[in-house]
Design a protein around this ligand. Structure first.
Ligand code: ADP
Length: 281
C-alpha cells in the first residue's frame, strides 16, 4: 500500500481489474472444515492465491500462567507466514507484522467466543499462511472462526472477513497483491454477520468519508456471502458425520426407530464431547 507508481493497468477501459474481476467481485474461494486430525478443530481456506490453514486447541490450561483470567478464557492467536508463502523468501519467525495480526485476530475472536464459560483457560488458534497474495489476515480470521466452530467451542456467531480498498481512483473489493502494492487504500473488515457488529477494522491509506462508506458496503456484502460459505463448509463436514450414524442411534431421545429397539445398550448417544462437539461416543 502507499500508491507506488506502476505501468500496470490496474483497471481497464471496461472497468475490469488486473485479474478480470469487476469492482465488487471476490476472488474464487474454497473453505473446508476439519482438515487436521490432531487439532481440536481446523479449517483450510483457499482464496484467490491465498492458502491458509487454521488449527484450534482448547479450552486448555493457560500458558504462560500469569495470563490466566479467573473469570474467562483468553483467545491466543498465532499468525505465521511461511518462508515459502511469498515470492521473496520471508525470514522465518515472528515479526512486528505477524504480532500485530495475531493481536487483532485474537481480539476479534474474543468478541464471539463465550469465554466466560471457561475461566482460567486458553483457546489457542494457530494460523499458518502457506501461500500469500494480499488479504491473508481476512483469510486467517475467516478460517479461524470455522476452526473454532469445528472444535465445538461455544460462540455467538462466526466471523467473516474481507477487505476493500482504492485502486486507480476506484473503490474495489478484495485486493490482490498488485492492487495492494500500487493502490492507495486498503480497509480489512471483520464482521459478525448475525448482529452486524464490526470486530476488526483497519485502514491503510486515505479515503474520503464517501469512499469509506462505499468500501464498507462492499466488504459487508461480501462478508455475508463468505458467511454462507463458512456455514456450508461446516454443514458439509457434519452432514457427512450425521450420515454415518446408524438410523437406530440417530433417532432423537425418547423416539424409538420404527424397526429398531428403543434403547441400544452399549451405545451412548451424546450430543457433545468435552468441547461441546457434535458426535456419537
Ligand atoms: P494482508 O495479507 O492481510 O493483506 P498486508 O497488507 O500486510 O496483510 O500484506 C499484503 C501482502 O503483502 C501479503 O498478503 C503478502 O502477499 C505480502 N507480504 C506481506 N509481508 C511480506 C513479507 N515479509 N515478504 C514478502 N511479501 C509480504
Amino acid at each position: 500500500m502507499g500508491g507506488a507508481t506502476t505501468n500496470l493497468k490496474l483497471i481497464d477501459e471496461n472497468g475490469l481489474r488486473i485479474d478480470g474481476r469487476r469492482a465488487d467481485e471476490l476472488r474464487p474461494m474454497k473453505i473446508e472444515a476439519g482438515v487436521l486430525k490432531r487439532a481440536d478443530g481446523s479449517a483450510y481456506v483457499e482464496w484467490g492465491e491465498n492458502k491458509v490453514l487454521a488449527a484450534v486447541y482448547g479450552p486448555r490450561e493457560c500458558h504462560p500462567r500469569h495470563l490466566q483470567n479467573p473469570t474467562r478464557a483468553i483467545v491466543q492467536c498465532n499468525y505465521n507466514m511461511a518462508s515459502f508463502s511469498v515470492s521473496d523468501r520471508k525470514k522465518p519467525g515472528p515479526d512486528r507484522r505477524s504480532q500485530e495480526i495475531s493481536k487483532i485476530i485474537s481480539e476479534a475472536l474474543e468478541h464471539v467466543v463465550l469465554t466466560h464459560l471457561f475461566p482460567r483457560t486458553s483457546i489457542d488458534v494457530y494460523i499458518e499462511v502457506l501461500q500469500a497474495n494480499a488479504g491473508t489476515r481476512c483469510a486467517g480470521l475467516t478460517a479461524a472462526s470455522v476452526a473454532l466452530a469445528d472444535a465445538g467451542i461455544p460462540m455467538r456467531d462466526l466471523i467473516a472477513a474481507c477487505a476493500s480498498g482504492k485502486v486507480a481512483d476506484k473503490i474495489v473489493l478484495d485486493l490482490r497483491n498488485e492492487e495492494d502494492n500500487f493502490g492507495t487504500a486498503d480497509v480489512p473488515l471483520g464482521l459478525v454477520p448475525r448482529t452486524g457488529e464490526i470486530v476488526l477494522l483497519q485502514m491503510d491509506g486515505d479515503l474520503s468519508i464517501e469512499e469509506f462508506k462505499t468500501a464498507l458496503t462492499l466488504s459487508t456484502d461480501a462478508c455475508h456471502r463468505i458467511y454462507e460459505m463458512q456455514k456450508d463448509a461446516l454443514r458439509r463436514k457434519y452432514c457427512i458425520a450425521q450420515a454415518e450414524i446408524p438410523a437406530s442411534v440417530a433417532q432423537p431421545m425418547g423416539e424409538p426407530a420404527a424397526s429398531q429397539p428403543a434403547a441400544d445398550e452399549g451405545t451412548n448417544v451424546n450430543n457433545s464431547n468435552d468441547n461441546g462437539q457434535q458426535g456419537v461416543q
